[in-house]
Ligand binder design. Sequence first.
Ligand SMILES: CC(C)(COP(=O)(O)OP(=O)(O)OC[C@H]1O[C@@H](n2cnc3c(N)ncnc32)[C@H](O)[C@@H]1OP(=O)(O)O)[C@@H](O)C(=O)NCCC(=O)NCCS
Length: 218
Amino acid sequence: MRDDPEFITRPYRTVDRRAVRAIYGSDEFARPQLQRKVPRMGEYLADSMSHYTDYEPESVFVAEAQGEVVGALLGAVDTARCEGVYRRHIRPLLLRRCLAGAYGWPGWLLPVLRTEWASRRTVYPEVDLRQYPAHLHIGILPVWRRRGIGTALMACYEEALRQRGVAGFHLYASSFHPLGVAFYRKLRLENLGQFEWRLHDGFQWQRVTEHIFGLRLG
Ligand SMILES: CC(C)(COP(=O)(O)OP(=O)(O)OC[C@H]1O[C@@H](n2cnc3c(N)ncnc32)[C@H](O)[C@@H]1OP(=O)(O)O)[C@@H](O)C(=O)NCCC(=O)NCCS
């Protein structure tokens, strides 16, 4: 774990859950206008990422500064297993909470469904999960960016995967996440391919280029 006068990185603890949900419950890049219009979409976004904290907390790492969680890396060691948990537990949770009114008026649902429907013909380059079985998401609060926190969290994750004997990891970075794309390029991850898809942002369609990055740890 990294120690720095400004911040530390460490494994996730259950008490961090609310702070991690706050980071992943904000949509600055994909559908920011829609989230301003439908603020409770944040609860849906946080639930849609809850696999990591609730089913695989040992693969989550946080950065803490001034006593607050300011960044979080959500990892999954076995992507195929993670997708199974998502289908069995997270999708039903989203449906249950939506029907129970936890998200208020679900104004985000139509753009999400339109995007899913438009993606059905997308041709995805296949990621070899024997070589790159793990994956991750990363987010740092805006004022804490560009201070080395993202790099430190990636180092924590990489070290944890090596200790567990995991062959490698991959990740997806959309063109509407330009900071993420610049960050992964700086880290010199392998380029595993890219593909185009369309996102409905609640107001219009956007063309998106999805970059796939990876790293073998063997
Ligand atoms: C991407 C993100 C995690 C990077 O975290 P960070 O703590 O700011 O990254 P670091 O400070 O460790 O930056 C490492 C390098 O990445 C590159 N980089 C990071 N942010 C950048 C930016 N805004 N513009 C250009 N390059 C950038 C730089 O080369 C930087 O090194 P340098 O500062 O020495 O030039 C952070 O910007 C973030 O949370 N963005 C929003 C969410 C997101 O895009 N997540 C990824 C989704 S795919």
